[in-house]
Design a protein around this ligand. Structure first.
Ligand code: NCD
Length: 358
């Protein structure tokens, strides 16, 4: 079944694997990018290779001119109704690199939503003017709903989910995987490794999306370290169990620090507190990394963070060669160029340019 063959309530009630099948295109690249479960290993290998080719091509003026000519006939709307700096700017830069013209709504107070227009009508409106909608929202299923609606309209425009509620952040997971692959590429690759997630795992969408994506790699053990109320939710652990992946959930970061290959720190997502100040009552003092904690880590372990950070990673650690979070951010831009290029079927042209010129 394809997304155009079902009603919204049928689509909404499908299992994740069935939704993924409904969204699939023949070549494996996504049209709408909604969930990290959409990416399989073949696609991940292709998109990471494409990101590296683009990164290399962009080093020269001729290469940049080529990239900017690829989608200069397209326009994208960046609809970010939730706060964002990195993701917004990295998508904006990705569009600029591909020559795409952009429009943006960042504050619904300045849009017709302020007059009572629904998100659905706003997004339907964007589809009249734009060829791609990149959206970040507070609501869990909105990107999905919009994708269904547009696919079933006369102007099916692709949607890229740039963060949906507490649930998914698929493009962050792509850049995290790309960072892990680049970090381990000369050391046996991304297999037989352990990744430890630390912080607010119950409400951190980046953790949920990355945990899912890691299931595509062989023998990656996942360790979830958080204070009990912020521990990872059962649906993620069930997905790991279904694939027979080894995992541990613990509240003791120090126990795992010396053994893991990658540490993925996250901030406390207190914007989701049921009552303001709820999470400030949780003791998070043992979920922070400073110089002393880095001493306990493996000499070749890597430290990641989706950013923004608060005090969970001390600024002193930024100079440690194992700190990857700034590089992670830059990888994000290349990965988003690759994803948009692949959404508009430009991968083969980029690959040909790379083989002819580099
Ligand atoms: C994350 C997000 O928005 O989920 N930020 C990002 O996109 N890099 C993480 C966070 O806000 O903590």
């Amino acid at each position: 079944m394809h997304i155009t063959e079902c009603t919204w309530s049928e689509f909404q009630n499908l299992q994740m694997s069935e939704k993924v099948a409904c969204l699939a295109r023949e070549d494996g690249s996504p049209f709408h990018t909604l969930f990290s479960q959409q990416f399989n290993r073949t696609f991940l290998d292709q998109i990471c290779k494409l990101a590296t080719e683009i990164r290399t091509i962009a080093k020269s003026r001729t290469g940049m001119d080529f990239l900017q000519s690829l989608l200069s006939h397209k326009r994208a709307m960046l609809y970010f109704s939730q706060p964002s700096s990195r993701t917004f700017l990295s998508f904006l830069s990705a569009c600029q690199i591909l020559g795409i013209k952009t429009g943006e709504v960042r504050e619904t107070a300045t849009s017709s939503e302020f007059k009572g227009e629904s998100h659905e009508d706003s997004i339907r409106t964007f589809s009249s003017y734009f060829d791609l909608i990149i959206m970040r929202t507070q609501e869990k299923g909105l990107a999905e709903h919009m994708a269904w609606m547009l696919s079933n309209s006369e102007r099916p425009v692709p949607i890229i989910n740039a963060g949906s509620g507490k649930d998914q952040h698929p493009t962050q997971a792509l850049l995290d995987i790309y960072t892990l692959l680049r970090s381990f590429e000369r050391r046996g690759g991304l297999r037989d490794r352990s990744v430890m997630f630390v912080g607010d795992l119950s409400r951190g969408r980046t953790v949920r999306s990355l945990s899912n994506l890691l299931l595509n790699y062989e023998n990656i053990e996942q360790v979830f370290v958080a204070p009990e109320p912020l521990q990872i939710s059962k649906d993620i652990l069930d997905a790991l169990d279904a694939k027979g992946v080894k995992w541990t959930a613990s509240s003791d970061m120090y126990r795992f620090l010396p053994a893991v290959d990658a540490i993925y720190m996250t901030r406390i997502q207190d914007e989701w507190d049921a009552h303001k100040g709820d999470s400030a009552c949780i003791d998070t003092s043992t979920y922070k990394i400073g110089i002393e904690q880095m001493r306990a880590c493996k000499p070749d372990a890597i430290l990641m963070h989706p950013l923004p950070r608060r005090d969970e990673i001390a600024v002193d650690v930024d100079h440690d060669p194992r700190a990857m979070y700034w590089r992670q951010m830059r990888n994000g831009m290349w990965m988003r160029v690759a994803l948009i290029a692949s959404t508009f079927d430009c991968a083969a042209r980029i690959d040909a340019f790379y083989r002819e010129n580099i």
